[in-house]
Write a protein that binds this ligand. Structure first.
Ligand SMILES: Nc1ncnc2c1ncn2[C@@H]1O[C@H](COP(=O)(O)OP(=O)(O)OP(=O)(O)O)[C@@H](O)[C@H]1O
Ligand SMILES: [Mg+2]
Length: 368
C-alpha cells in the first residue's frame, strides 16, 4: 500500500464502500438493469461471498467495482465506489491501471481465457511483477517461482518454463491465482474461480484461496452461483437477485436463519453429502424476470411461495432484522413476509390454504 493511499483512508473506514451502484446497458430490447442500486461494504481482510443464479448481475457488479465497466456509450454506471477512501470513478485510466493487479486483483472463471497459449507460465507472472514492483528480470523470475510454490505447484522451477497447455486445468487455475497474488493485492475479486474444475480440484483450489487469504491478510469477494461453495470460505454473504442484493448477513447467520424466500430456496438446492442418494434437490421454479422491464413490486414474487398482493405492487426495501439492527454488519433482507417471522408464517399458511400465491403460483402441499 502506498503512503499516499494509506493517508487517504480515514481510520476505521471500510476498505471498500459501494454506495447505491447501478450498471445499466442499453440493449435492443431496452435499458437492461444488470446491477440496480447495490450498496455494500468490505473491511480489510474480510471475505464476502456474492451469490445468485446465472444472470443475477454478480459478474457485472464485480467488474464495475474493479472499474472494468465504466460509464459512457451504451453503459451507464451511477453511484459511488470507494476503495481505501478513493473515488474509483474519478481515477484516470493511468491511475486505474496502476491499481489493477497491484492493489486489486481479479481471478476469472476460465483459466484458459486469462492465459496466453504462446507465453511461458513464468512470463505471465513476471510481466505484472516487473511492471508493478520494478524488479529486474532475474529477481522477477525468482519471485515467479516463489509464487508458483506458494500456490502449491510441484516442481516450480520446471513449470515456470512451460506453456499453459502443458499443465492440468487445476494447475492452470493455480497459475491464474498466482498471477492475481503476484503483487500482494489488498483486495481480490474471484469470479466463479472453480466452476470449470471438477469437484475434487474445486475443493483444493478453494482451500488454497482460503489459506492464502489468511496468510496474506487479503480481503476478497468470492462470486458463485452456489451457496455451498461460499459456506466455508466467507465471513459474510450477499445474495443477489435480478441486479439487487436481496439478503445479506454474516455467513453463519444466513445459513442458520435465512429471511428471504429466495435464499431459503438456494439453501434447499445445496446437495448435502450426508443426504441419501435418492434425495431430490429442490430446484427453484421459473426464471429471472426480464431485466429490461421496469420492476413493479418484488422481482421474486412470481417464483415465491410467500407472495401476497403487496408483493405485486410495492418493492420491499433492504432492511435490518430487529435483533441485528445495531450490529456492525446487520442481517438485512428485502422481503415483506420474511421466512420464519409471524408475517412470513401467516403468508405461507394463507397461500397453502388457497393452494396458490397472489401471483397465481400453484402450491403443491407435498413440496411446501
Ligand atoms: N456488456 C453487456 N451488455 C449488455 N448486457 C450485459 C452485458 N454484460 C452483462 N449483461 C447482462 O447483464 C445481466 C447480468 O449478467 P452477469 O454476467 O453479471 O450475471 P452473473 O450473475 O454473473 O451470471 P453467471 O452466474 O451466469 O455468471 C445478464 O442479463 C447479462 O446478459
Ligand atoms: Mg458471472
Amino acid at each position: 500500500m502506498s503512503a499516499e493511499m494509506k493517508k487517504s483512508q480515514p481510520a476505521g473506514a471500510p476498505l471498500l464502500t459501494v454506495e447505491n451502484v447501478s450498471t445499466h446497458f442499453r440493449t435492443k430490447r431496452g435499458q437492461l438493469r444488470a446491477v440496480d442500486g447495490v450498496s455494500l461494504t468490505l473491511d480489510a481482510g474480510e471475505m464476502l461471498g456474492l451469490v445468485g443464479e446465472s444472470g443475477s448481475g454478480k459478474s457485472v457488479l464485480g467488474q464495475t467495482i474493479m472499474g472494468l465497466v465504466s460509464d459512457g456509450g451504451a453503459t451507464t454506471v451511477t453511484g459511488e465506489i470507494r476503495f481505501q477512501g478513493r473515488d474509483m470513478q474519478a481515477l484516470t485510466r493511468k491511475e486505474q491501471q496502476a491499481l489493477w493487479g497491484k492493489d486489486i486483483a481479479m481471478v476469472f472463471q476460465d483459466p484458459m481465457t486469462a492465459l496466453n497459449p504462446f507465453k511461458h507460465i513464468g512470463t505471465h507472472l513476471t510481466e505484472s511483477i516487473r511492471a508493478h514492483l520494478g524488479l529486474d528480470k532475474k529477481a522477477a523470475r525468482e519471485r515467479a517461482i516463489e509464487l508458483l510454490r506458494k500456490v502449491r505447484i510441484p516442481e516450480p522451477t520446471r513449470r515456470v518454463d512451460q506453456y499453459p497447455h502443458e499443465l492440468s486445468g487445476g494447475m492452470r487455475q493455480r497459475v491464474v491465482i498466482a498471477m492475481a497474488l503476484a503483487c500482494d493485492p489488498i483486495l481480490t475479486i474471484a469470479d466463479e474461480p472453480t466452476t470449470a474444475l471438477d469437484v475434487t480440484v474445486q475443493k483444493q483450489i478453494l482451500e488454497l484461496l482460503d489459506s492464502l487469504r489468511k496468510e496474506m491478510g487479503m480481503a476478497g469477494i468470492l462470486v458463485s452461483h452456489d451457496l455451498g461453495v461460499v459456506a466455508g470460505q466467507t465471513d459474510r454473504v450477499a445474495v443477489m437477485y435480478a441486479g439487487k442484493i436481496v439478503e445479506t448477513a454474516p455467513t453463519r447467520q444466513l445459513f442458520d436463519d435465512p429471511r428471504h424466500p429466495y435464499t431459503q430456496a438456494l439453501l434447499a438446492a445445496i446437495p448435502r453429502i450426508e443426504s441419501s442418494p435418492h434425495t431430490v434437490l429442490e430446484a427453484i421454479e421459473g426464471g429471472l424476470p426480464d431485466m429490461t422491464k421496469p420492476a413493479v413490486g418484488c422481482s421474486f414474487a412470481t417464483r415465491c411461495r410467500y407472495a401476497q398482493d403487496k408483493c405485486l405492487t410495492t418493492e420491499p426495501a433492504l432492511v435490518a432484522t430487529a435483533e441485528t439492527a445495531s450490529a456492525a454488519h446487520p442481517h438485512q433482507a428485502a422481503c415483506h413476509f420474511p421466512v420464519g417471522t409471524p408475517e412470513g408464517i401467516a403468508a405461507l399458511k394463507a397461500n397453502e390454504k388457497a393452494g396458490r400465491t397472489a401471483t397465481g403460483r400453484k402450491l403443491d402441499l407435498e413440496t411446501v
